[in-house]
Design a protein around this ligand. Structure first.
Ligand code: GTP
Ligand code: MG
Length: 195
């Protein structure tokens, strides 16, 4: 999709705040600091539409970005950040669960994992959770600019194996730094949102 118009519709913390427009939605999930907000910015060619930070825990609400009045990208708070208090973690988990388990117009989830490491136990749990709710998943191995090209096939194989990735779910290697993988991600998004 060619994107010219993007706006942040709402930063929601509960279901009653979700937009009522009915556009298809794609959720971006993954560990804190993995690069969810950076991926969104790269997809829409904006440097800082979604706020990013080198400090984990930047995104703390469900941020609904209206893409061309056709779909929403939903930037989701990251999980697995040890410095967040137990109470705050429980609050984020409940917020994410409420969204992923009830949202009718959710057309798929993009699960980001760090290409430099094996998926964490939290990543595996999140993938299983998404599959439990029958949500289509695109797995993205991100920050691939920080890995060597020679290791690419091994990394992809290890990610698939660790997540026990379904045949029907795709894995794409991506870099928000270089833009590698962007067209492939858009192809998945277009198909998923029927646009
Ligand atoms: P939370 O909102 O805290 O959950 O984090 P997030 O997943 O939204 O991560 P964010 O996009 O804020 O990026 C975290 C850090 O990783 C920032 O310093 C980014 O510049 C960096 N980063 C993100 N993607 C890439 C990438 O593809 N390559 C490199 N080299 N750095 C990246
Ligand atoms: Mg973020």
């Amino acid at each position: 999709m060619k994107v010219n118009n993007v706006s942040l519709t709402i930063s929601a913390v509960s279901a009653k705040q979700y937009p009522a427009t009915g556009y298809p939605e794609i959720a971006f999930v993954g560990r804190s600091n993995v690069g969810k907000s950076s991926l969104i910015n790269r997809l829409i060619d904006r440097k800082s539409m979604a706020r990013t930070s080198s400090v984990p825990g930047k995104t703390q609400t469900l941020n609904f970005y209206d893409i061309e009045d056709q779909l929403y990208f939903v930037d989701v708070p990251g999980y697995g950040f040890a410095k967040v208090s137990k109470a705050a973690r429980a609050k984020f988990a409940a917020m994410i669960e409420e969204y992923l388990s009830t949202r009718q117009q959710l057309h798929g989830a993009v699960l980001l994992v760090d290409a430099r490491h094996l998926p964490s136990a939290d990543d595996v749990s999140m993938y299983q959770y998404l599959k439990y709710f029958n949500i289509d998943v695109l797995v993205i191995g991100t920050k691939v600019d920080k890995t060597s090209k020679a290791r690419r096939q091994t990394i992809m194989r290890d990610i698939k194996k660790t997540l026990d990735l379904n045949q029907t779910d795709q894995l794409i290697m991506f870099s928000a730094e270089t833009g590698e993988g962007k067209d492939a991600v858009w192809a998945w998004l277009d198909a998923q949102a029927n646009i």
